[in-house]
Write a protein that binds this ligand. Structure first.
Ligand code: ATP
Length: 322
């Protein structure tokens, strides 16, 4: 070894050690794509979902299984793509947040978690080419920074047609695209598509006097996929994403019954400190608040038409009266 190149090699080595220790120290305090910041405790995720999400036995089971399978696989064959379907206020956003909170130390605030609200971010159909570039850049930059990135697309059914197809390559079985591996990423699509079909099927079980908990994924899956493809107004309509089976699982959110709404009301009353103990909550108040909501179908009056979504405003209305 010549003296000068020897000195350069040693200097490069010292610099590398310096930068890697600097990075390690920095990552103690600031979010990095490391286990310290991204780490799932499946048992905790499962128990949080069980404790906090009402009336969604299919969701809890499917979500835990898919997330667990995806994360425990060191080399997944494709990105995880979950499609959440159901009526308004049944918990699609809520469950997505619970997943993010358990996987990322920073939860929804993590730099690797992206909530993309279709109607807010892509309002004009004539600007699709620009939106496509924006979306591509967001996904590529995030996954380039961290393979375990998560993208939640709210109201995907309202996305301008064509834009969904931009996401397609990232959901595919490619080893890498331009040197980036997208197969560890998680995509969650939220929509109201198939909400009516899910409600009808749940109602059918009720009429047949079958327990709600006995509804199985297979009782719903066909309804959901058929409706998602056939709803002409939906961004999913005839989209490549669906037809090429890029979605790992379709997850149906059942309509919420009065008893579930009452649980949401109790949670809210405690969260807003109207009561300090669960046992002190007055049932008649809970019932009064629940009665402020509307229920369907017309005849049976079984399911809250807005799920638990309007609980805060109705609770405020009833409780501030006193
Ligand atoms: N199944 C549920 N269990 C417990 N709380 C729920 C449930 N569903 C909804 N909630 C409560 O209602 C709020 C609104 O629900 P959420 O935003 O998840 O509805 P959504 O299904 O995403 O509706 P939309 O289709 O209108 O976007 C949640 O923040 C949560 O507090």
């Amino acid at each position: 070894i010549e003296p000068i190149s020897g000195v350069a090699t040693v200097a490069a080595g010292v610099a590398a050690v310096f930068f890697s220790s600097f990075r390690a120290i920095k990552c103690q305090f600031k979010e990095c794509c490391t286990k310290r910041w991204i780490n799932l405790n499946v048992t905790e995720l499962s128990s949080s979902l069980r404790d906090q999400v009402y009336g969604q036995h299919l969701v809890i089971k499917a979500v835990v299984r898919h997330i667990k399978a995806h994360l425990s696989n060191k080399d997944p064959s494709k990105a995880l793509a979950l499609s959440f379907h159901g009526g308004t206020g049944t918990g699609k956003n809520y469950v997505s947040k619970i997943i993010a909170d358990h996987l990322y130390k920073e939860g929804m605030k993590s730099g690797f978690v992206h909530m993309i609200a279709s109607t807010k971010e892509f309002p004009h159909a004539d600007m699709v080419p620009l939106y496509k570039d924006k979306l591509r850049e967001l996904i590529e930059t995030s996954v380039n920074n961290c393979e375990k990135s998560m993208f939640i697309f709210d109201e995907i059914d309202k996305m301008p047609p064509g834009l969904i197809d931009t996401i397609k390559p990232y959901l595919d079985y490619y080893d890498n695209l331009s040197g980036i591996n997208y197969r560890k990423a998680i995509f969650i699509f939220l929509s109201n598509t198939a909400g009516t079909e899910i409600l009808q099927q749940t109602l059918r079980f009720w009429h047949e006097e079958k327990e709600r908990d006995t509804i199985e994924l297979k009782d719903m899956e066909k309804l959901v996929t058929t409706s998602a493809v056939n709803t002409k107004t939906s961004g999913f309509y005839h989209s490549d994403v669906l037809l090429r089976h890029m979605i790992t699982a379709y997850i149906p959110f059942l309509p919420l019954e009065r008893k579930h709404v009452r649980q949401c009301i109790k949670d809210y009353l405690l969260a807003k400190k109207y009561y300090t103990n669960y046992g002190d909550i007055k049932e008649e108040k809970v019932r009064e608040i629940a009665e402020q909501l509307q229920y369907s179908p017309e005849e049976e009056q079984l399911f809250s038409t807005t799920g638990c979504k309007r609980v805060p405003e109705k609770t405020g209305y009833v409780m501030e009266e006193d």
